[in-house]
Each structure stands twice: as structure tokens, then as C-alpha cells.
Ligand binder design. Sequence first.
Ligand code: UD1
Length: 422
Amino acid sequence: MDSIIVTGGAELNGRIPIAGAKNACLALMPATLLSDEPLTLTNAPRLSDIKTMTQLLQSLGAEVTSMQDGRVLTLSSHNLTSHRADYDIVRKMRASNLVLGPLLARAGHAVVSLPGGCAIGARPMDLHIAGLEALGAEVELKDGYLHAVARGGLKGAVIEQRFASVGATENIVMAATLAKGTTVLKNAAREPEIVDLVRCLRAMGARIAGEGTSRIEIEGVDRLGGATHRVVADRIELGTYMIAPAIAGGSVELIGGTRDLLPAFCEKLEEAGVTITQTNEGLHVARANGRVHAVDVKTEVYPGFPTDLQAQMMALMCTSDGVSVLEETIFENRFMHAPELMRMGAKIDVHGGHATVTGVQRLKGAPVMATDLRASVSLILAGLGAEGETQVNRVYHLDRGYERVEEKLSACGARIERVRGE
Ligand code: UD1
């Protein structure tokens, strides 16, 4: 298994291009299942999660062509041959559950294994199921698989989610595009990835209003056509690389980044003493001399502080000038990076959904273990500022969500390399 070795202490200066959003692309790809005409996605990220989704769609009979070294994907589902998403693929990635809504809407039935993905909590699917049942589907759990049938087709309904789930919103919106009548989804997720999905569905002929607000209205149509759509920038990759110069010092321009993708996160970084400026091409981020200030953070749904940046923020707070409290409200069990950071000399006390971080002058490099996608990158970030060498093992999690991380950081002066394992 590959590992990444970071030698801390080098300032970062330069430019980093931000890729298309993994989480947007993983929702956009299954949208192909709604139409028999081709869907082309440009600005796709080159990540193992995208390969997993490609395999899953191919196993259903979709054709997926990759061009420009994976940057452009053309997906065609004119001839679906299966409606079963197998455990062998689904277990690798929770977002596989995003084929459920579109398959059900197009084929009238779907069998989808319950997902795996990052081990960051229970992550049930009750909201997906309740939404599809409200649209008239019958959903049953048998042998670890959800069996969904829409006898007589899906019908529009008023649905109010108990929690603004990103994945459930995506599944329900996709399914409702081909339902009879109007669907109103209340307490819908408002994340930029939802807005991106709706824009693409609209380009395919769907009739949807209200994306980006908590009330999305979908008027079902008989069929959807093809479209070409550019994937929105990855706000989590953006936020991750914004933290890099905040930890290591220096100044970096993040090409393609915009502030509106991360409103609360940008405010917190500024409160910590980081300078953020919007340029013509992206976001410029700089940290002047000295340690950052301690700030408290609470993860929330968009536009709040994203849970997917909590681990990276914790890495930054490890060397702040005071005590900060990080509260995780979206997932239970999402502090697995804390013990690894403590191996590097961080002072962290985890109590339930809170972590109290007392800043130290400097972390010390150590061998550490990546436990999930965002945790792994937080250890790399910590290593950038640490004294000596940090070896991050088990980086397959990292490759699910970050493309060429070592190249992007070393182009800005970081001392980082990948060591290939067997
Ligand atoms: C998506 C993102 C993930 C991010 C998360 C929250 C993708 C591919 N992944 O995941 O990176 O961390 O949003 O921003 O886009 N829940 C239920 N019942 C359900 C569904 C969810 O209780 O049916 C709970 C989950 O257990 C979790 C919370 O809701 O505690 C958030 O989950 P959700 O918004 O659904 O996240 P995902 O779509 O899985």
C-alpha cells in the first residue's frame, strides 16, 4: 500500500488548480440513468471514487467513455441491462446509493446494496427510503439489499425531510424528475453540489425550481434528454488547500476557487488570522508570521462550516495560540484523526461530539495512519508544519478524494513524496 512522506517546515508559495467536485460528480454521473441520450460531464476529477461509480454504472449496462485523461466523461444509458447495484461495488463507496432514485424512476424497480464508504458513523438510509416511499415506491430490505418497486410509476408528493440530507435530496430530486405531477421537497439540502445537479438535470429537460434553498419544487416530465455540463469546483479540495499555507506559512492562489462555496469556513479562517482575497482567477490565501489564533468551530449543513473540513481545521488548530473547541454535529465518530494527530504531539481531548484542542508551538513528525478520506489529508496538512518527517500510511482513502495531492503541494514548495507499496 502506498504511503506519503512529508518533511515539514517548508513555506508554501504558488498556485494550485482546484479540480471538479468529487461529490458533485458522484451525483451527476447517476443522472445518466434517467435518460436514453448521452450526458457529457466536463471538468470531472480523476479519482478512484469516480472509477468506482463508472464501474457501478457499467454493471447496470451504461456506457462510460473517458476522454482528455479522465477530465471529460460521456455517459450513455440507452440500453440498461440490470437494475441491481451489487454489494461488491457499493461497499467501496456510500455514494453508490445515488443510483437508487434514478434507476427506480427509469426502470420502475431497483435493487441496491446498503452502502459502505468512510467509517464515520451509522449513516443510515431512512431518509432516502422515506422520500422514495412518499413518491409511491415500495421499499423492502432483504439480505442486505434494498428492493424498491414503483408499481404504476412514481407520483409527485410533498415531502419534508427530518434532516437536510445531501444524498437523500439528490436521490429524491432525481427520482421526482420523471414522476407524474409535482413534488415539493421541504428541508432540502442546499449544498453547492445540489445546485450543480439541478442545473444539469434542467439542461437535460427537467423542470425544477428552488435549488440552493430549503424548498425544491420538481414538476415531473415524461422523459429527459442529453446534455453537456461542467462540474462545479470542489469546495472541500479548495478548503483543504486553503489550510495548507495557514499551517505552513506562505501564500497560495487557488485557481477556480470562490468564496461563496465556503462562506462560514472563510470567516473562520479569517478569524484565525488568515488573509483571503478573491482574485480574477481564484482565491488568494496567505498567513503572515506567527501562529494562528484559536477559533471555535461547529459543523453544520451548508452554508455552515462543512463537516468535510473539520479534520483539516483540527490540524490547523493543533498549533494555534490558544484553546479551541470543535463540535461535530453531522456525523458521530468523526474524530478518528485526533489520536493520530496526538501521536504528532497535539493536545486534544475528545468528549462526545466535541474536541478541545490546546495549541502547541509545533507538532513533531511521526508515522501515522489514515483512517478515512478527510482524516488522511488532515495528517498531510499537519505534516507540512511539523518538525521532521511524517509518514502517512494507508493512503488509499486519500486517492478516493484528492487527485495528485503530492504534485499539487510540491509545486508550491512542499517537501512531499509518495512511496509506492506492494
Ligand atoms: C454527503 C457527502 C459527504 C459529506 C456529507 C455531509 C457525497 C458523496 N458525500 O454525504 O462527503 O460529509 O454529505 O455534508 O456527497 N442520515 C440519516 N438518514 C439518511 C441519510 C443520512 O440519518 O437516510 C444522516 C447521516 O447518518 C449523517 C447525516 O444524515 O449523520 C448527513 O448525511 P448526508 O447529508 O446524507 O450525507 P451523505 O449524502 O452521505
